[in-house]
Write a protein that binds this ligand. Structure first.
Ligand SMILES: [Zn+2]
Length: 323
């Protein structure tokens, strides 16, 4: 009964959250750059790349999600979940969308994609740092497509819908990763490493579920600081429900909705691993520079926290049906 009521609330909340999805699909941008990629506050990039275009939630969506998470935490389902050692294996389908079949044209070798899945498993098991999560990944398929029009576009462009509707496979429990050349919106300069949909929008837009990943943000590429496979660890964190650790900055009402990630003022741009950074000195803790959900370099991001695991479990149980 409680599980049914949580599911009902989830549907209501999901519809209440749809506004931010519409905004994303239209590719709106506040500053000529991707607002998610630049942290919504600046214009600098590293080596021509902005990190992530996954958008922060608006105030109402944050409030709704926070309330649902709070209700969930009081339920016996959450208690049972916290004591469970169940592992969830997520099938991963890669769609490599190339201009031509050269490395410069966007091809990514099978070995690199297999290594990418290994890296996901090492990160989510806690092998490289932080706590272990219940998520594991297995390679389900590699699909290569040569299509110049689909190879290179900005978030929210009509091509994104075309690509996803044509290529996406599976259900809410299936991870689809579209590997291509992600442009900054509206003719801006630069590229974007990746972005993802959130679990709570799956019910409204199942055909658009998945992660967009730049073809140079994969293991073994020539893109220094982003070629260790940790960009997909970050984006899959979003796909499992996590928000950026800098959400809400130092004093915003809503943060990343996780209790054990210290606040940080900005997405730690300008330094790939700024140790002892404390951008919110009036709040407890140093900036979580090693957390997978901030914007430091691949070599610096090695951790998930217990609070993030709880939030991921809530998201995947309610919105992706991983029970
Ligand atoms: Zn992100």
């Amino acid at each position: 009964m409680l599980r049914d009521s949580l599911a009902t609330i989830a549907v209501i909340v999901a519809f209440g959250l749809s506004g931010c999805v519409q905004e994303k699909q239209q590719g709106t941008s506040q500053n000529g750059n991707s607002s998610g990629g630049s942290g919504g506050s600046g214009s600098s990039s590293r080596g021509g790349f902005f990190f992530c275009d996954t958008r922060d939630l608006d105030r109402d969506s944050s409030k709704n999600l926070a309330n649902l998470f709070s209700d969930f935490n009081k339920s016996f389902v959450a208690k049972a979940s916290s004591n469970s050692s169940t592992l969830y294996t997520i099938p991963v389908n890669f769609h490599v969308i190339m201009k031509d079949d050269s490395a410069e044209g966007g091809d990514v070798p099978d070995e690199s994609l297999a290594e990418q899945v290994d890296i996901l498993n090492r990160a989510y098991s806690g092998e490289i740092g932080g706590v272990g999560t219940p998520y594991r990944f297995e390679l389900a398929g590699i699909n290569r497509v040569v299509n110049g029009k689909w190879h290179s576009f900005a978030p929210g462009a009509p091509e994104e819908t075309e690509v996803k509707k044509a290529l996406r496979v599976g259900d809410a429990k299936t991870l689809n990763v579209f590997i291509m050349d992600i442009l900054v919106p509206k003719g801006g300069t630069g590229k974007i490493l990746g972005y993802s949909t959130f679990p709570f929008v799956y019910k409204m837009q199942p055909a658009l579920d998945g992660i967009m990943l730049h073809y140079r943000a994969v293991p073994g590429s020539d893109l220094d600081h982003y070629n260790a496979g940790h960009v997909l660890v970050h984006e899959s964190g979003h796909w499992l429900g996590l928000l950026h650790t800098f959400t809400g900055a130092c004093d915003g009402l809503f943060t990343d909705l996780v209790s054990d990630t210290p606040r940080e003022k900005t997405p730690t741009r300008g330094n790939y691993c700024p140790t002892n950074l404390d951008s919110c000195p009036s709040n407890p803790g140093l900036d979580p520079i090693h957390n997978h959900m901030t914007y430091t370099g691949d070599e610096c991001r090695t951790e998930f926290t217990s609070g993030q695991v709880s939030f991921m479990k809530f998201n995947t149980m309610i919105f992706r049906g991983l029970k």
